[in-house]
Design a protein around this ligand. Structure first.
Ligand SMILES: Cc1cc2nc3c(=O)[nH]c(=O)nc-3n(C[C@H](O)[C@H](O)[C@H](O)COP(=O)(O)OP(=O)(O)OC[C@H]3O[C@@H](n4cnc5c(N)ncnc54)[C@H](O)[C@@H]3O)c2cc1C
Length: 324
């Protein structure tokens, strides 16, 4: 069962990524994929949910579910999960998923693995919930053998999204939910405003990312210049963000965004495992680093050993020339 996260009728990509993964897991288990979506005025979403592989779609509509609030969503979720009684429940590791999933897991007195990067069916048909642990130095496989359902949240952008099959049908189950008055009253949404995102790392085809090797905010500006010439998005390591050279939303890696662009420039980036976790699936990687032994070169397709101060101006000039 997959929690479908929607806001104002727009479903988050991570929900489609989870449906795709759920399809693989369910076919191994010879089970069906169910999904649940909550909100107000969202019945038109069921077709889209079905097209990504849900066999059953539970839909809970109520004015109290218009905007996310922990308790009304929790009461709706537990009701749906009780009705379907799934073996596995998956949530996106989004702000909402990270809030809702632990509430649900503690209600069912079961385990929850947060921020999984891989899911597999293992021995005795158990869900192997795989995630980096101990600062990313090991890959831990976590199981929930004694309690049900088995629950996990999954990082956004980590699982591949399948292609939707138009016209695919699912059984739609409308759920009449009961939200206790005190749960609805505890927090109220007085005003809701959508802030458009200006940074779009996930959708970028090219990313130019900078690290500590740039030495200063002035050095980092050269990464921004290369990005501008290429029409690319700017990314950064956590260290470069901690240094205050760019916005926190540009962090790529285990605790930042996971990206998969066609072209990824890693400039002055050592290639720590926590950074690689967020970018190593990029189609082509170009690394610029003074140290020929830097770990980033292990995964780079194009390896430029050199000082960014000489390499970047040449790249910028060359790309400008190509555009003429
Ligand atoms: C729990 C945890 C979560 C983390 N999550 C993340 C995460 O999500 N994302 C992330 O990025 N990090 C994360 N980190 C931090 C991570 O471990 C590294 O510290 C960080 O990625 C290093 O950043 P860096 O490559 O910019 O710096 P460094 O490791 O200091 O590397 C700088 C590189 O620049 C090169 N260099 C120096 N001068 C030049 C020059 N003039 N020209 C070209 N190259 C030069 C050096 O040879 C070196 O390889 C996390 C750490 C922990 C413990």
């Amino acid at each position: 069962m997959v929690f479908i996260e929607q806001e104002e009728g727009r479903i988050k990509d991570v929900s489609f990524e989870l449906l795709t993964k759920a399809g693989e897991l369910a076919s191994e288990l010879k089970e069906r994929v169910s999904a649940f979506v909550m909100g107000e005025g969202i019945s038109s979403l069921t077709e889209e949910i079905a097209s990504y592989g849900a066999d059953v779609v539970y839909i809970a509509e109520d004015p109290e579910l218009k905007h996310y609030r922990t308790l009304p969503y929790f009461h709706a979720a537990k009701q749906v999960i009780r009705e379907e009684n799934p073996q596995i429940v998956l949530f996106g590791a989004t702000l909402i998923g990270r809030d809702l999933a632990p509430h649900v897991a503690s209600y069912f007195y079961t385990g929850l693995t947060a921020d999984c990067t891989e899911l597999q069916i293992g021995e005795e048909k158990m869900l192997y919930q795989i995630r980096p642990a101990f600062g990313g130095n090991i890959r831990a496989t976590i199981v929930t053998p004694d309690y049900a359902p088995q629950m996990a949240t999954v990082r956004e952008g980590v699982m591949k999204m399948g292609a939707p099959k138009k016209g695919r049908k699912a059984e739609v189950k409308k759920v009449k939910i009961k939200i206790p008055a005190e749960a609805a009253a505890l927090t109220q949404v007085l005003h809701h405003e959508r802030k458009e995102k200006t940074i779009n790392l996930k959708g970028a085809e090219i990313i130019v990312a900078g690290g500590m090797g740039l030495g200063s905010a002035e050095g980092f500006a050269m990464v921004k210049e290369l990005a501008k010439v290429l029409g690319a998005e700017v990314g950064a390591t956590r260290a470069a963000i901690d240094a205050g050279w760019t916005e926190a939303d540009r962090q790529i890696g285990q605790t930042g965004t996971t990206v998969r662009p066609k072209l990824y420039f890693a400039v002055g980036i050592s290639g720590a495992i926590q950074h690689r976790a967020g970018m190593e699936e990029s189609f082509k990687i170009v690394a610029v680093n003074t140290d020929p032994e830097a770990p980033i070169f292990d995964i780079a397709d194009y390896k430029i050993v050199g000082d960014y101060k000489t390499v970047l101006p040449e790249l910028i000039a060359a790309y400008k020339k190509l555009q003429k």
